[in-house]
Ligand binder design. Structure first.
Ligand code: ADP
Ligand code: MG
Length: 316
């Protein structure tokens, strides 16, 4: 199968998945064309996934298709942007039609679920590598940056943490039980928080998506904003499945494991109180911003040390 036949068969069909007036021209020409409406900013980001580095070797292609787009789209959610279109640069060791059909199926489901259209790409032979560039738009000046957190802001997350990290233990399990399967779903099919992110544009003071773990990602907000935070460990949201399967390790996973793609954001208390109830109810307050740099955990037993993070209360 030649390059063009491969594109026509597996990827061209995705170009009509989600209609979007901003995508003037999709795949097939030298470039795609996006028209940004007046009063909106173009928001874009690129992510690369390398086999053996960002996903396990022989990982199911349909999961990979979903995950690759979800991970990229999550950055749009973290900016408060609405998705428009994406490009796909695919490096493949061989044109394996089963693999391509599975990958295109997962990618197609994700593109429909997130309302983002395939606009073009590049196809080459080489070690399995997937690069996706996502484009979105946000009302001009309203994108959520990492740098806006201020003293007194509440620190919030958009859902339970630690599930995807725990799932790494069960990836090879031939017969996972119901609880294991619930955690595996968080790893295989992350749900970028697009609606919530967009409804917080211009309202939250800072936001980031949790790809590397709550503490590590919150630290990026703190560094960019020049502030610190106190977290109340008892309020970190965790699923029943995580608590039951991981026991004392659950909190550690919720604080330090990545791959959940929930959002962590900061917001002034009066702005939080004024949010529409359906938005506010999806946020869990887990702490507050303080002027002194550093991240402290209240409610953890004395001397509590997490396995994956050693930046507590640092003052640099
Ligand atoms: P060029 O040589 O101009 O870069 P290509 O041969 O790389 O053109 O691509 C031809 C067309 O096919 C372009 O419109 C490109 O966007 C599209 N395309 C290539 N690979 C993919 C892919 N994996 N998914 C979607 N569109 C693709
Ligand atoms: Mg090309």
């Amino acid at each position: 199968m030649g390059e063009f036949e491969l594109i026509r068969q597996y990827f061209q069909p995705l170009a009509s998945n989600a209609r979007n007036d901003q995508l003037v021209l999709g795949p097939g020409d030298d470039c795609a064309i996006q028209r940004v409406p007046p009063g909106r900013d173009l928001v874009f980001s690129v992510d690369t996934l390398v086999e053996g580095v960002h996903f396990p070797p022989h990982y199911a292609p349909s999961h990979l298709g979903w995950r690759a787009l979800a991970v990229a789209v999550s950055d749009l959610a973290a900016m408060g942007a609405e998705p428009v279109c994406f490009t796909l640069a695919l490096s493949l060791p061989e044109a394996d039609s089963d693999w391509l059909a599975g990958f295109a199926e997962g990618l197609s489901r994700a593109s429909q679920a997130f309302g983002i259209t395939l606009a073009g790409g590049d196809t080459t032979r080489g070690p399995l590598t997937i690069t996706i560039q996502v484009h979105g738009t946000v009302k001009a000046g309203q994108a959520l940056l990492r740098s806006g957190a201020r003293e007194g802001d509440r620190v919030c997350v958009t859902g339970p943490l630690g599930n995807a990290g725990a799932a790494l233990d069960y990836l090879e399990d031939p017969e996972p039980g119901a609880r294991q399967r619930a955690l595996l779903a968080s790893y295989h099919s992350p749900q970028p928080q697009l609606k919530l992110g967009a409804s917080l544009a211009g309202k939250a003071s800072a936001a980031i998506d949790i790809s590397d773990g709550l503490l590590a990602d919150l630290q990026h907000i703190l560094d960019a904003s020049g502030v610190g935070a106190e977290l109340d460990v008892a309020s970190i949201p965790m699923s029943e499945e995580l608590r039951q399967l991981q026991g004392v390790r659950a909190l550690d996973l919720a604080l330090t494991a990545g791959d959940d793609y929930q959002l962590c954001l900061t917001i002034a208390p009066e702005t939080l109180a004024a949010l529409p109830a359906p938005v506010r109810e999806q946020l869990t307050v887990i702490g507050r911003i303080v002027p002194e740099p550093g991240l402290t955990l209240a409610g953890a037993s004395a001397g509590y040390q997490t396995q994956g993070y050693d930046h507590f209360g640092r003052s640099d």
